[in-house]
Design a protein around this ligand. Structure first.
Ligand SMILES: *Cc1c(COP(=O)(O)O)cnc(C)c1O
Length: 367
């Protein structure tokens, strides 16, 4: 059986350094807001090409804390609008709601599956304060167009970079392409911790200071609380593990691209639409999503051949009970993507035989 994401195999690649780092964290006697986190924040900021990095408890919190910080800074007010792609993981949208802001769902481009810049401008109102593009599946959103719209309308641009650690855009990394960015280190992400973790990156010093305080109970100084903060910090053991894995991120992403290129060249089944190829490393293939009208049958066929696949995502956010206030929206592109996508295994610990087996299995599918 080829697992969709084999975290055991993935993390075994970093031994013995990973176990050494965890042991160092465990035996240090200092578990939160210490040297390991500081060191990782410094290195991840440098990696992204940003001045600041703030570790958080997870990716959802990273997104939410950015927005709460803008609210505390007076840049956003309750009820202000944030434009967000309609086809994303629900976390992106929840962060907006949990900050007291209003998500405005925008259809994606059918080919890239990323937010369609042509539709963003139509969604702007007097209440719009920000655009929150998602680098979905690991492909960088069209940031030049998005930043140009944001400039014209004085909006903030907040990257949801949870799926795109290390992806490049004109030579710059995600995390440095807007005003602020949020990362998730959920174990299955391209840079994954051994539990939950997240980070904010930004070049905006005032935002960084506010966000750091909000993540720490609204406090810069112990027992002095200036904001209604939250408790969301990257702990020392996760930070130590991430420091080890960060050193391998570029090689890991390169291997994902290599596998993706094999799929792109060798999958030849008229029933299957392949994703657009990457250019200039603007895709780190967190997810390799193919599309087919026969999605459920193809998934069954692959399972019978010993290949596990997943669907990202089976139900779009506006069709979730949790977001029923958006259920009236007509988002046909988002819905058709959700009905057709199927994610093939694509990660750094896969070998060439597994890749070939998957190619052959997709090519042999007929309804
Ligand atoms: C994983 C993910 C998140 C949330 O990250 P968590 O660490 O699970 O909170 C947010 N946005 C997107 C697009 C994601 O894929």
């Amino acid at each position: 059986m080829i697992k969709y994401c084999d975290l055991k195999k993935i993390n075994d690649r970093y031994e013995p350094q990973l176990t050494e780092a965890i042991t160092r964290g465990a035996q240090s006697g200092w578990y939160i807001r210490g040297k390991e986190c500081e060191e990782f924040e410094k290195n991840f900021a440098a990696y992204c090409g940003c001045k600041h990095c703030i570790g958080t408890g997870n990716g959802l919190d990273a997104l939410t804390i950015i927005l709460k910080a803008y609210c505390e800074m007076g840049i956003m007010q309750p009820g202000d609008e944030v434009i967000v792609p309609a086809n994303t993981y629900i976390a992106t949208i929840l962060s907006i709601i949990q900050s007291g802001l209003k998500p405005i769902l925008c259809e994606p481009d059918r080919e890239s599956c990323n937010i369609d810049p042509a539709l963003i401008e139509k969604a702007i109102t007097v209440r719009t304060r920000a655009i929150m593009p998602v680098h979905l599946y690991g492909r960088v959103a069209p940031m030049d167009e998005i930043n140009a719209i944001a400039d014209r309308h004085s909006l903030k641009v907040i990257e949801d970079s949870a799926q795109a650690h290390g992806a490049l855009y004109h030579g710059k990394r995600t995390g440095s392409l807007g005003d602020a960015a949020a990362f998730s280190f959920y174990p299955g992400k391209n840079l994954g911790a051994l539990g939950d973790g997240g980070a904010i990156t930004t070049n905006d010093t005032a935002l960084a200071q506010t966000a750091r305080a909000i993540a720490n109970y609204g406090s810069h100084t112990k027992y002095i609380h200036i904001y209604k903060g939250v408790n969301s910090r990257l702990d020392e053991i996760q930070a130590a593990a991430l420091s080890v894995k960060l050193q391998h991120l570029d090689t890991d992403n390169e291997r994902r691209r290599e596998i993706a290129h094999k799929y792109l060249c060798e999958i030849k089944n008229p029933l299957v639409t392949l994703p657009l190829a990457d250019s200039e490393e603007n895709h780190v293939y967190h997810i390799f999503a193919i599309r087919t009208a026969q999605r459920d049958k193809l998934q069954q066929h692959l399972l019978e051949q010993g290949i596990e696949t997943l669907i990202h995502y089976p139900v779009p956010p506006h069709r979730q009970n949790a977001l029923c206030e958006h259920s009236h929206l007509s988002l046909p592109i988002t819905e058709s993507i959700h009905a057709e996508v199927l994610s093939l295994p694509c990660h750094q610990a896969m070998n060439d035989d597994e890749v070939k087996k998957i190619v052959d299995a997709v090519n042999s599918f007929k309804p």
